[in-house]
Ligand binder design. Structure first.
Ligand code: ADP
Ligand code: ADP
Length: 226
């Protein structure tokens, strides 16, 4: 589904050049669940943001299916993200002024669904993560675990081909983290492809494959022993 070839990302600021990604080659097949690990600053977020097309590589090719994403302009990339990707962040990123169901509906903002279909999708996504009873609440009225589940509902409401999760359990206690991991594992069982950055070895073990990064390079890739 995804092929990164020789991806490179350099940052330059005040004469200082940082290479966040060196010649990354990575294939992610449809249906995979990949955990990305490595020390702080090794390039995990840059890799995830590259996959999410919110960060442009300074070299290399990113193929999604048979599309070369480097050839798309910003408008086409925005469309691609809206149709194809779901993002989950460490800090949830819900909008405080909107209710949970309004937040979840944001995941359909670029869709042309009719209002009935939209309501059905939002309800189904909230059900899937066990947050339907909080539909009319605002984010600050929910626990962290509930907020992250709402954020997952927003990510999946449009039925994305690829879910990108950047430390989705990083702000959660053990129990809520486990709940979020079970939801992600269930989505993967249901066919979603997931790439997740995590610092938790036990959460990485729930993925089907783990890749380790160091200094902007992938230094190991191993399928989970079953
Ligand atoms: P990780 O997610 O593994 O902590 P990042 O991908 O955030 O790592 O960062 C990788 C490297 O790129 C780090 O050295 C970081 O300082 C650098 N970096 C990330 N974003 C920027 C930026 N916007 N400008 C300059 N350097 C950056
Ligand atoms: P549930 O088991 O219903 O999914 P939790 O056990 O996480 O939810 O939390 C119980 C209730 O306590 C939540 O429904 C929420 O309204 C409230 N709550 C928990 N943590 C917070 C918080 N940090 N701020 C506000 N309300 C909270």
């Amino acid at each position: 589904m995804i092929r990164l070839e020789n991806i490179q990302r350099r940052y330059r600021s005040d004469e200082v050049e940082t290479t966040a990604l060196h010649d990354i080659d990575l294939i992610v097949e449809a249906g995979e669940f990949v955990a990305v690990m490595g020390p702080s600053g090794c390039g995990k977020s840059t890799l995830l943001n590259t996959l999410g097309t919110v960060d442009r590589p300074t070299g290399g090719r990113y193929l999604f299916g048979d599309r070369d994403l480097a050839r798309l302009d910003e408008a086409a990339l925005a469309r691609f993200r809206a149709d194809t990707l779901g993002f989950v962040f460490q800090s949830f990123n819900l909008i405080d002024e909107l209710t949970i169901e309004e937040n979840v509906a944001l995941g359909l903002a670029y869709r042309r669904d009719g209002s009935g279909q939209r309501r059905e999708r939002v309800a189904a996504a909230m059900d899937r993560v066990g947050i339907a009873h909080r539909a009319r609440h605002y984010p600050h009225q929910l626990s962290g675990g509930q907020q992250q589940r709402a954020a997952i509902a927003r990510a999946i409401v449009g039925d994305p081909k690829l879910i990108l999760a950047d430390e989705p359990t990083g702000n959660l206690d053990t129990e809520n983290g486990a709940q979020v991991m079970n939801i992600l594992a269930g989505l993967n069982e249901g066919g979603a492809t997931i790439v997740m950055v995590t610092h938790s070895p036990s959460h990485a073990d729930m993925a089907k494959r783990r890749i380790d990064m160091l200094d902007g390079r992938i230094v190991a890739s191993a399928a989970r022993a079953i």
